[in-house]
Design a protein around this ligand. Sequence first.
Ligand SMILES: [Zn+2]
Length: 395
Amino acid sequence: MNNEFMYNMPTRLIFGAGRISELAETPYLPGEKALIVIGAAGAMKKYGYLEKVETCLKKNGVEAVVFNKVLANPVTENVTDGAACARESGCDFIIGLGGGSSIDAAKSIAVMAANEGDYWDYMQAGTGGRKVPKNKALPLVAIPTTAGTGTESDPWTVITKSNTNEKIGWGRDDTFPVMSIIDPELMLSVPPKMTAYTGMDAFFHAAECYIANVNQPASDLFALEAIRIITKYLPVAVNKGSDIEARTKLAWASTEAGICESLSCCIAHHSMEHAVSAYYPDVPHGAGLAMLSVAFFSYVAEKNPERFSDMARAMGEEVDSLGEGEKPFAFIAGLKKLIKCIGIDDETLSGYGVKKEDIPKLAENAINAMGFLYDLTPVELTLKDTISIFERAYQ
Ligand SMILES: [Zn+2]
């Protein structure tokens, strides 16, 4: 355990089935006119979630404008257009409604609605301009409809710059949502594959935060709990999406893994996946992580096995009867079982069209765009090591 840490989680979390209705009466809305940011695919309309949110806001005396152009992997243009829409319509706060893409885009729109220039001017890594925004972002309310990114309880927003293939996370204190309503009833409609991918994303947020060298006591508690819940309930929700108990457990696991991302941090596993989905946007983030995970975590477990037994125990794996050298690999065994159990063990990088000869380019991108996570990884990883993990993961 690290003996020095900072604890800051300023988001009001309203959690529970059916609690979306409280939008109609909550006194905590941070403004009078909202820009509701949703995905371009139309799911929020199709399932009636947008209408529900609009009706509740109206009852609460809040006007709303909808921005519905966010892509599944949001790009800088979505941020520019959304921010212009917020300014032109005089919105004083932003609501992100949907999966991680919509909420992440909403966070970046909240920054750019209040600041001049181009979004990438403020990006702190890669080819970003590293400027500091002059003004505070507009306040943000997050309403997640998937259990995965944890963006409802962290300050991070991941946006892709298409022309340079950079997919980079960024955040500040003012990009924490001021309030998040986590209603598992809004997650009942997520299809099985997407449930599996988003659930694995949350799983890796917890696992990476647990072994990151910036781990701390509170994130440790949440991380092991999220690992335990996801191992138990993700297979249930994948097989029976209408199971509200499983959806509720997973919604909390995603949110607590998001808290882990606020208190500790993800590591190079996420840098490597962002490189894959920056070049191949059809790779769902959680699928990319799962495909890289066995090679990545095996590599770390060999060099720095210290915290792996705890995670294996949280997954329900037998650890104590094993020899010292075998204990960390009980986590790898549990991980393989979970991936199989949720039916994504047959997915391969080549199946998504990733070419083997791209590996050096992907490894360089992981380090150039998201190298800051390498510093938090509990083993030293060079470009050569990164290439070798990609090669081991490649099928
Ligand atoms: Zn993630």
